[in-house]
Design a protein around this ligand. Sequence first.
Ligand code: AMP
Ligand code: ZN
Ligand code: FE
Ligand code: FE
Length: 281
Amino acid sequence: MSVTVDLHSHTTASDGRLSPGELIDLFGRRGLKTVAITDHDTTNGLEEAFKAKRAYPDMVLIPGVELSADSKDTEMHLLGYFLDYENDSFQKTLSRFREGRVGRARTMVKKLSDMGVDLKWERVLEFAGDGAVGRPHIARAMIEMGHVGSMSEAFDKYLGRGSPVYADRAKFSPIDAIELIHSVNGLAVLAHPSWVDNLESQLPLLVEAGLAGMEVHYSSYSLELITELESLANRFGLVPCGGSDYHANNNDGEALPGDQGPPEESVDRLRQIAIQRTSIH
Ligand code: AMP
Ligand code: ZN
Ligand code: FE
Ligand code: FE
């Protein structure tokens, strides 16, 4: 299946492997019309992306971000769209989150070394480059050293939430994430809801806080799961969103931009909500 909307993607500004310009070119080659770049805790890829987008006059690029939040034992990722991202206080908050990522990755590398999985911290930083440091950068250093054969093995054995190596960052609730997105006139959308334990019981609070949508047409979700999530989204009045969550990892089964995504109608609905909210305030 091929679609024209992709509202979830990563670049070298966080843990993706294509630069923002390369990703825009890929979107163009794959015939995408409406796209969002949603790097983890940063909007630093957007300037280059908007420049590259000039080569594709029909393409619409929505400025986005992906924030990680914790609720009880689950991690939730919130996507923010249509952000006034140049806001100083917003940028200060994101840079604090990125600093937290460095400390946390360092702790995890230290724990790995203590258990005999030897890694060079400098190498992890090299993989991250100018981007927000994440566990995938640690995984890449582990693969290079021959400790694991793949990213998924690195997460399953060492980097996942249940592992003794896992280190937390400062807690930030999903409601705080939604409020941060609203503080720059953005719309909040719940990412990959299949990650969330007891999803149905968590949704009412998020909706009350102003959650606008939920990913439904996500990456490699099956038709069955999409159907189930679509009816849940309808029940809660959430716009069905989604996209590839493309990182250019090039592993087997990685969904490509355009493989799966929401209809253009979902983008129209998001825009309508954004317009309504700004006219009320
Ligand atoms: P972090 O931002 O450091 O918490 O790392 C989360 C990122 O790691 C996600 O955005 C994915 O890119 C990647 N990731 C999470 N779980 C896995 C997994 N099981 N296998 C491969 N990559 C994963
Ligand atoms: Zn990621
Ligand atoms: Fe995510
Ligand atoms: Fe993502």
